[in-house]
Design a protein. Structure first.
Length: 157
């Protein structure tokens, strides 16, 4: 029996394997790229969520990003310690805090976004613009069919 008939050599021909292989590679690479900024992917996700809708409560952020509320408290504590966010009284819920971006975070976000764009440019460098658009749409369709929340990484929580 050769490797091919046993299925060992055929893994590179299976979409789930290739997506998983590429996903692990990209996730680890992204962590490495964020390290010089003192930021981890969870922090970046919270920064992005706040840049789209600043002043959310920790509970809102927790629900939006599918991060357990206890973990979110720790994340926001760390971010506050880094000077990236501040907690203020929530305007509509006196029991909650509104988490807001600091000037430091607003200055850092474009740099972090550039890191993500650079990674995307590198991994798609061998594709034409049309192929890149096609891959994006196909991955979005597959993610939606799997019931994944758009923009939320399942490993954040």
């Amino acid at each position: 029996m050769d490797e091919r008939s046993m299925g060992i050599g055929a893994l590179h021909e299976r979409i789930p394997f290739l997506l998983s292989q590429l996903g692990v590679y990209l996730a680890e690479d992204f962590v490495r790229r964020l390290q010089p900024f003192g930021v981890e992917p969870r922090t970046y996700a919270v920064l992005k969520a706040l840049s789209a809708d600043d002043g959310q409560s920790q509970r809102q952020l927790s629900a939006q990003l599918d991060i357990h509320r206890n973990v979110m408290v720790t994340v926001v504590d760390r971010m506050e310690g880094q000077g990236l966010v501040k907690r203020m009284p929530h305007p509509s819920d006196r029991r909650a805090f509104a988490v807001t971006l600091t000037d430091k975070a607003r200055q850092l976000l474009p740099e972090l976004d550039a890191v993500g764009r650079a990674q995307e440019d590198e991994i798609t460098a061998t594709l034409t613009a049309a192929e890149r658009t096609n891959v994006l749409h196909l991955l979005q369709r597959m993610s939606a069919a799997a019931g994944l929340i758009p923009g939320v990484h399942p490993k954040l929580g």
